[in-house]
Design a protein around this ligand. Structure first.
Ligand code: ADP
Ligand code: MG
Length: 349
């Protein structure tokens, strides 16, 4: 059975570069007026009229950023888009176009790339972005994927990392630490599987956090919510490397210190339960984990009433004078722990 299936797979050479690109991208539809020319010429042509243009790119390398033992290619395609869209939303801007470049070894049949592009297509539809180009080449080993997102915003709407002012409130969307713990579960099950390939992992008890790892979302809804509430953050960043590291970025760029409160950090019950199972502090997962792709931003105190009680937003702290540094105030004591991009583990209970 397996052999039959393998024989029916199509080697990449079968198509040749031009036909392969057409095969993979033909069913993508253009959704934005700003896309004048998409795939098919020497370059894409875009028209943003008097808007500012934003560009952000990410490179994903097999064995470094993803493990195909437990990452379905469809999910990988989806996630590679999401992590780029998240960067555009973090500027309070709207993503509209994408470029996708891939280098694949002959280990990957056409069907594998079809799956990858299926995930990319689902993300494009859901987030209203147009795939307008890329590049395709072979590689001697593994899969490398580079995605570039292009977005737009009016000059007045743009939010940088550098605008936080003293006493501004620090707000985060959603909850944190899930993607990191999802990865721990997948790694653990993969090790079990390597020893005993007949063992099928039961991931149902971990569905939320495994989903956070394999199929993250970009917070388009928060970008839209803030517009609706007429709240313009004073500074913003997306949480890709862990809360601690992102707070330090806002601090450095804005020239402010930050105080965050341990009891305020939003944690899903599954995050707390799974952290406990792994013998780690869930707050450590939120601070030093990563890949949550939530939005972290500051707002003026006068905007607090507008966001108060919103279930998607949590005030976790505030900005202070720069010389006060960046600290986590602990729940069960008067102690405060200085935030560091790494090495915060020393606080481990
Ligand atoms: P060139 O030789 O000028 O680099 P290509 O043959 O690589 O042109 O690409 C032809 C068209 O297909 C271009 O519009 C390019 O942006 C697009 N394209 C190439 N590879 C990809 C890809 N992996 N995904 C999406 N579009 C692609
Ligand atoms: Mg090319």
């Amino acid at each position: 059975m397996m052999e039959d299936k393998e024989q029916s797979l199509t080697p990449l050479e079968h198509f040749g570069e031009f036909k392969l690109i057409k095969h993979l991208t033909d069913s993508f539809e253009i959704q934005n007026e700003s896309t004048i020319k998409g795939i098919g010429d020497d370059a894409a042509v875009l028209n943003y009229k008097d808007m500012q243009t934003l560009v952000s790119t990410d490179l994903m390398v097999e064995g470094i950023h993803f493990n195909l033992a437990y990452t379905p290619l469809k999910h990988l395609g989806y996630k590679s888009v999401i992590i780029n869209l998240s960067d555009i939303y973090a500027m309070n801007a709207r993503p509209e176009q994408l470029l996708v470049s891939i280098a694949a070894s002959n280990r990957f049949p056409v069907e594998a790339l079809e799956e990858l592009y299926e995930g990319i297509k689902i993300a494009c539809k859901k987030y209203n972005v147009d795939l307008v180009g890329g590049d395709t080449t072979s590689s001697t080993s593994g899969l490398t994927l580079s995605v570039t997102a292009i977005g737009t915003a009016s000059k007045d709407d743009l939010v940088y990392r550098n605008g936080a002012a003293e006493k501004d409130l620090l707000v985060v969307s959603g909850d944190l630490g899930g993607a990191y713990l999802g990865l721990q579960v997948l790694e653990r099950e993969n090790e079990v599987f390597k020893v005993n390939p007949n063992m099928q992992p039961d991931l149902v008890p971990y569905d939320y956090i495994v989903g956070r790892q394999l199929k993250p979302e970009a917070r388009k809804d928060i970008f839209e919510l803030l517009k609706k509430l007429q709240v313009k953050p004073t500074s913003m960043i997306d949480v890709s490397d862990g809360l601690s590291s992102e707070v330090i970025h806002l601090s450095k760029h804005s020239g402010m210190g930050f105080r965050i409160y341990e009891e305020k950090i939003p944690l899903d019950p599954m995050v707390i339960r799974t952290a406990d199972e792994f013998g780690i502090n869930p707050v450590t997962c939120a601070l030093n984990g990563g890949e949550d792709y939530e939005l972290l931003f500051t707002i003026a105190q006068s905007d607090f009433e507008k966001i108060k009680g919103n279930p998607h937003l949590t005030v976790i702290g505030h900005a202070t004078e720069k010389q006060d540094g960046n600290y986590l105030l602990l729940k069960d004591s008067d102690a405060a722990v200085e935030l560091t991009a790494q090495g915060w583990d020393s606080f481990e209970k």
